[in-house]
Ligand binder design. Structure first.
Ligand code: GCB
Length: 563
């Protein structure tokens, strides 16, 4: 389903703003308007807006309600689009169920067949985690238990819109490009009942470069999309019944030997694992925050990021297309590791066959959602599953096979299992690019002693490379750092230690030509559940939560400027 767009054939009505809100019992049905409620902002998480502890940490169901009217015109299809609600949700129009959301980080797109002069939309959200949600989690003794490191923010997190389509509409379009010497062959697949389509392509300056009656055409002397010149073309598909415009880029991606090639040139990924997280908004999407993130990333000379640990809002990808960031798209397969060594995979455990079915579906849907974004250059199918557990292999064999059947991008799998003391992992041979999260001198070995990094990383990465002969990326590394805390000589939590730690990693990585990139954990400080090592959240940000640089940021800027 395409992102809503407004033009001569289509309207978009935004329903963002203030909604009515209340926690509700499991048995709640929105037959009647809410009698008692409080105002709540959309999009936003409710957790950091409230001052009530019980509501901040609420586990269970809440309802959001909005009354609205629209001009109703004959001969149009009306649809509802909610960018994302965390996590499970059921949607009701005037008390009648119209559909469900599948996952907290994916759009919900439903037909609105029985709109009235005035309407009441109710979105009932359940934030409980299980083996049938991703991320996975469990309920124990009435408490929500999850093994991932970000706050379980809840709410309507992305834009809500009603949009119209003509009766015969362009439902979907996929743009494929192949660079061939001095031209690019373009193939457009359109899902539509409209006939007599015209395809027009304009370049970034607005010059028309193609007008075609066929879905296959050429762009001569294409300007390729790449971080240093993120050239975007716009395709307009139109007929007498509908019209849709989609931006795209022409670029060539290949994993060859130890290299990741973009437009036939090796790329070194410089950047971050990130989170959608900001003061008060929680996980509510906000374009001002995204722009500030991207401005900081340009300043520091980053060229890429991973959407750890779930798909980000489409607005983020639109802007990444424009800014020229390379994006590793990630499905919300996180929390599949208990870290105490106990099993995670298999019936009765955290991860079951039901999880796997959902996981596959979410891969399919992410590829469908993001297929036309040139910024998306790799798909990560999971973060830190319990790779030491043999059953993780069967699970991920299926997941990777499925991902290959729906996605033509290189696949990544990120894990944190270290092959030492005879412990082995069961997953490293599966992806095209091996993503490794490492916390030497922090969680592992000798806290606060950066010599551990050189001593451990060299045999670790060299060993994995010799065994698997594939490109490796350091997808996470870093240290919690409280801004304003200084220490000479450096020690844990000081700004100097974060800098020393990252300098040391950089020095080691520079000796390894099979390493295709470094993503520091994390771009900015972010909220987590409470914990003894979490001082108002995870503090491994290179930027503070209000997006100001810590000491290490200046070092990274120097390093990445030269790389
Ligand atoms: C990890 C996880 C990430 C955590 C990070 C940490 O390995 O992938 O979600 O936030 O470690 O800081 O502990």
């Amino acid at each position: 389903m395409l992102y809503p767009q407004s033009n001569l054939f289509r309207d978009v009505y935004h329903l963002n703003g203030i909604w009515r809100f209340s926690p509700v019992e499991d048995s709640y049905l929105p037959d009647q308007p809410l009698k008692s409620s409080k105002p709540m902002a959309v999009p936003a998480s409710y957790n950091d807006i409230t001052t009530e502890k019980a509501l901040k940490d609420h586990v269970g169901k809440v309802v959001y309600e909005k009354v609205f009217s629209l001009p109703l015109r004959d001969g149009l299809q009306y649809r509802l689009r909610i960018g994302a609600t965390s996590h499970q949700c059921s949607v009701y129009l005037n008390g009648a169920l119209i559909g469900h959301g599948l996952n907290g980080f994916y759009p919900i797109d439903l037909p609105l067949d029985s709109l009235q002069a005035e309407n009441r939309l109710s979105v009932v959200i359940d934030n409980r985690l299980s083996d049938q949600t991703l991320p996975v989690g469990e309920q124990k003794n009435g408490r929500q238990v999850y093994h991932y490191d970000f706050y379980n923010y809840t709410g309507i997190h992305r834009d809500v819109m009603i949009y119209t389509l003509p009766v015969q509409a362009i439902r979907d379009l996929t743009i494929q490009t192949v660079v061939n010497g001095d031209y690019s062959a373009v193939h457009v697949s359109v899902d539509t009942d409209c006939t007599d389509l015209t395809y027009t392509v304009k370049d970034l300056a607005g010059n028309t470069v193609v007008v075609s009656k066929h879905a296959d055409f050429r762009i001569e002397d294409p300007i390729l999309w790449e971080p240093s010149n993120p050239h975007l073309y716009t395709l307009c598909v139109e007929s007498e019944c509908d019209r849709y415009e989609e931006r795209f880029g022409i670029r060539k991606i290949e994993v060859k030997g130890t290299q990741f090639l973009l437009n036939d040139r090796p790329v070194y990924f410089k950047g971050f694992g990130m989170h959608e997280d900001f003061f008060v908004l929680g996980k509510g999407n906000n374009n001002a925050v995204t722009l500030r993130n991207f401005e900081c990333m340009k300043w520091i000379h980053a060229n890429s990021f991973r959407t750890s640990h779930y798909p980000y809002a489409e607005d983020v990808l639109d802007l990444a297309d424009e800014y020229g960031f390379l994006v590793i798209d990630e499905v919300p397969a996180v929390g599949m590791n208990r870290f105490d060594g106990s099993d995670c995979f298999g019936e009765g455990n955290l991860v079951t066959d039901k999880t796997k079915e959902l996981h596959k579906e979410l891969i399919t849907r992410l590829v469908a959602r993001d297929k036309n974004h040139p910024c998306v250059v790799m798909l990560n199918v999971g973060n830190e599953p319990h790779a030491e557990e043999p059953a993780s292999r069967d699970y991920y064999l299926d997941i990777i096979a499925h991902a290959r059947s729906v996605c033509s991008l290189p696949l990544m799998l990120v894990h944190c299992a270290i092959s030492e003391n005879g412990v082995c992992d069961h997953l490293s041979d599966l992806p095209d690019v091996l993503g490794l999260n490492r916390y030497y001198s922090w969680y592992y070995h000798r806290l606060g002693d950066v010599t551990d990094i050189t001593e451990s990383l060299i045999p670790d990465f060299n060993g994995l490379y010799q065994k698997y002969q594939k490109p490796i990326m350091l997808t996470e590394f870093g240290a919690d750092t409280i801004e304003g805390l200084h220490a000479l000589p450096s020690d844990a939590f000081s700004e100097e230690f974060q800098k020393d730690c990252i300098v040391e990693y950089g020095d080691v990585l520079d000796t390894m030509d099979f390493v295709i990139g470094e993503h520091v954990w994390n771009f900015a400080d972010f909220q987590t559940k409470q914990g003894l090592t979490r001082i108002r959240g995870n503090r491994k940000g290179v930027f503070t939560k209000d997006r100001q640089p810590k000491l290490v940021a200046h070092f990274l800027r120097e390093r990445w400027m030269k790389k």
